[in-house]
Design a binder for this molecule. Structure first.
Ligand SMILES: [Zn+2]
Length: 278
């Protein structure tokens, strides 16, 4: 069963400053970050989205919708053509062809497109659903109830699945026969998960916000630009788990290079490489 996989950037962000966020370049110019979304064509289960980036309402009025703090810091580019809603149609599909959405987590830059696909089933890891529906005071700015005010068709997934490559749980998705799995990688948020999908003879792992810069996956000399390292710590929920899961991911990259491609949600170089190859 072969899957056709499209890599979409559903929300370019241009936070200052390039030097802090990439480790090179200018101190005053903005950096570029993407919202890396997968659109997967399955043989019998319609289209599947992995994450949704920013949605139509976010693009129409970023400050009001996403909050002034997020908008000032991340500087999302308000481009209605970049939404998953627009890109799905630009590829010749109907919006309702998207039958499933798997979210790595429910932060505002990953869940923004949910209201644009009200009929899709939304797969989320149970601890994430709980954290987002009843957010702690600290978590309130990252989870926006207006992004799920349309009452999505949630499918909340408990922990389960088989061991796989050093990870405890490779969780199949009921109702989806395709080679698509959730692989919990908590830390950034309480119920953060990676999504694992077979792409021909290799596996793709969408690691969400388990890391932010490709340098962090360097098996020999992992590194992150200073601004990224600071940011990751500022927005983490479970610090020890985050660091441990990053290590496990790095081990996987080292041991399975060639058979597995790992990428995160926001690194533009990873995105360009995969989107260019696909
Ligand atoms: Zn994010």
């Amino acid at each position: 069963m072969s899957l056709k996989i499209h890599h979409l950037d559903c929300g370019t962000m241009c936070p200052y400053c390039e030097r802090l966020l990439t480790g090179h370049g200018s101190w005053t110019a903005p950096a570029r970050m993407v919202c890396h979304v997968l659109l997967i064509e399955t043989p019998s289960e319609g289209l599947v989205l992995v994450d949704t980036g920013l949605g139509r309402a976010d693009m129409a009025n970023p400050g009001q919708r996403l909050g002034q703090a997020f908008t000032a810091l991340m500087r999302p580019r308000a481009d209605p053509l970049a939404t998953a809603h627009a890109q799905v149609q630009a590829l010749g599909f109907a919006v309702d062809d998207v039958r499933h959405i798997i979210v790595t987590h429910l932060d505002l830059d990953h869940a923004g497109g949910l209201p644009d696909f009200p009929h899709a089933q939304v797969h989320v890891f149970a601890p994430e659903h709980r954290a987002a529906m009843q957010p702690s005071l600290l978590a309130r700015p990252r989870y926006l109830p207006r992004q799920w005010a349309h009452s999505p068709r949630w499918m909340v997934h408990p922990l389960g699945g088989e061991r796989w490559n050093g990870f405890e749980h490779l969780h199949p998705i009921p109702g989806l026969k395709s080679d698509l799995f959730m692989m919990p990688l908590v830390g950034h948020t309480r119920g953060h998960t990676a999504v694992v999908v077979r792409d021909g003879d290799r596996w793709l792992i969408h690691a969400g916000d388990a890391y932010f810069h490709r340098g962090e996956m360097d098996p020999e000399r992992p590194w992150a630009p200073s601004g990224i390292a600071l940011f990751e710590k500022a927005v983490q929920t479970l610090p020890r788990e985050r660091v441990r899961n990053q290590e496990r991911l790095r081990t996987l990259v080292r041991d399975q290079a060639g058979a597995i491609s790992v990428f995160c949600a926001h690194d533009p170089v990873e995105f360009d490489t995969l989107a260019g190859a696909a």
